[in-house]
Design a protein around this ligand. Structure first.
Ligand SMILES: [Fe+2]
Length: 133
């Protein structure tokens, strides 16, 4: 594994954190490629090349979406935030306040910041599937 981008010694990091790092760096690269292809296509004067560049840009968006879905399935914090903000057509900022109000109503208290240890306690799609079989 390339070690670029790690901010701590690899030996001190869990397999999950290393896999998250791989996914996050990959997502960063895919989004950067989307930006580059979009700019190149917009500036390109050749219609056929512009078409190829836009096609490639859409492929990079697909790759980014696949990584976002992997992050959602692999990390409770990503799953929670994506559930709050993605595919909701209302006001984006108001979605946060609504989610916090719903959490407070469920717990009867202001929601506490999640601990990294919570990952081991909260159900994931994988554990829910295991329970249902
Ligand atoms: Fe890609």
């Amino acid at each position: 594994m390339a070690h670029e981008g790690l901010h701590e010694e690899e030996r001190d990091l869990s397999k999950k954190t290393l896999d998250m790092h791989r996914a996050l760096v990959s997502l960063q690269e895919e989004l950067e490629a989307v930006d580059w292809y979009r700019q190149r296509a917009e500036a390109c004067g050749d219609a056929q090349l512009k078409s190829v560049l836009l096609h490639n840009m859409r492929d990079e968006i697909e790759h980014a979406a696949m990584l976002i879905e992997w992050l959602r399935r692999s990390d409770n914090d990503f799953e929670g935030q994506l559930n709050t903000f993605v595919f909701n057509n209302g006001d984006i900022v108001e979605a946060e306040a609504k989610a916090e109000a719903e959490a407070e109503a469920e717990t009867g208290a202001e929601a506490a910041e999640p601990s990294p240890d919570d990952d081991d306690k909260r159900p994931t799609i994988g554990t829910l599937k295991e329970q249902s079989t």
